[in-house]
Design a protein around this ligand. Structure first.
Ligand SMILES: [Zn+2]
Length: 343
């Protein structure tokens, strides 16, 4: 067996851990619940136990290169501390990298979860054939990551790529970051639920009202199911998602002129419901997109998974779905210790 590393995706809900070899082959994957409410030492205990168990299992036959951890929050790369993480209360200013390194005796690399997802898509997913790409992850919140020259672009402190907090509606809905009208306030699962509740409260969304009162697990997925069944209010909500995403992508495409922009995260499975509105915004607002859009976008407003093949041969702006889905961050985290040497 070749050398391997361990990737950790530390989410607000799930703690996922995978051993991956240097060719990107999955050796083993486990999913645990993140017991956030029991405090950070419990979460770190669970993580270290699972990582140790996994590394001991394979260390006889090959070499553990290191551990990469994707964390939902703003990370100070220099100190290895989490600065701001709404999904991990009590973790701010906690020296998470130093703590885990001392417990495991192995090199640990921290990365923002969306940066890790972008890195995973670059390594094994939609961005495999490009050197430069941006990613937006539409989940509970909206994350962003930028890969330039095959490496995550960190900016000065490691905080670059917070595309989810670009303003798309100056006086819009309140975002978790304190600003108003961020992409996250319109294109996250949380935003889909807020818009559904608003529509129900206004009394003109009978199908949504019925679903929310009868389904104890009423979620963004349920809103999507109504949208694909043709419910006009549910469809309107996803058009709003697509519009916010399209406005943000327009700014990114104009600013960066990258060959590829990947949309991932749980909400991206509603691609058919929101993507046409995103492409409409891009065509209307984005000069660079108008000059570089592949012809298929104009015809269908959608982009299939084979987009990267096209990107190899022509210089067009490709906007496409994530290929690795919710595993992107896990693979990206595992890839970190294979390519990064701490400065
Ligand atoms: Zn925000």
């Amino acid at each position: 067996m070749s050398d391997f590393s361990i990737g950790v995706d530390l989410g607000g809900t799930n703690l996922r851990i995978a051993a991956v070899d240097q060719d990107g082959r999955l050796i083993e994957k486990v999913t645990l619940g993140t017991k956030v409410a029991l405090g950070r030492s419990r979460v770190v205990d669970d993580m270290c136990d699972a990582v140790l168990h996994m590394s001991e299992k394979y260390c006889n036959s090959s070499n553990l290169v290191g551990i990469g951890i994707g964390v939902p929050g703003i990370i100070d790369m220099e100190t290895g501390m989490v600065r701001e993480s709404p999904n991990l209360p009590g973790w701010s200013d906690y020296p998470v990298r130093a703590e885990i390194e001392s417990r495991l005796g192995t090199r640990v690399l921290l990365e923002n979860d969306a940066n890790a997802a972008a890195f995973g898509e670059k390594w094994l997913g939609a961005g495999k054939h490009v050197d430069d790409m941006a990613m937006l992850t539409l989940g509970t919140g909206v994350g962003g990551g930028l890969v330039l020259g095959g490496r995550v672009w960190h900016g000065m402190n490691g905080m670059a790529g917070e595309f989810g907090h670009m303003t798309v509606e100056p006086e819009g809905a309140r975002c978790g970051c304190g600003n108003r009208g961020c992409v996250e306030a319109y294109a996250s699962a949380t935003a889909v639920m807020r818009m559904a509740r608003e529509a129900i409260a206004e009394g003109h969304a009978p199908a949504l009202a019925k679903a929310s009162s009868s389904d104890p697990e009423f979620s963004a997925k349920a809103v999507y199911n109504l949208a694909i069944q043709g419910d006009e209010e549910a469809r309107r909500i996803f058009r709003r998602v697509g519009r916010a995403l399209g406005i943000a992508l327009s700014a990114l495409v104009n600013a960066l002129n990258l060959p590829m922009y990947v949309v991932g995260g749980g909400v991206s499975s509603a691609w058919e419901a929101f993507a046409p509105s995103s492409f409409e915004e891009l065509r209307q607002r984005c000069m660079v997109y108008a000059a570089t859009a592949p012809p298929s976008h104009h015809a269908t407003g959608e982009q299939g998974a084979s987009a990267h093949v096209e990107a190899k041969t022509t210089k067009k702006t490709i906007i496409t779905r994530s290929l690795l889905g919710t595993d992107a961050g896990l693979y990206g985290a595992a890839h970190l210790p294979m390519v990064n040497h701490r400065s």
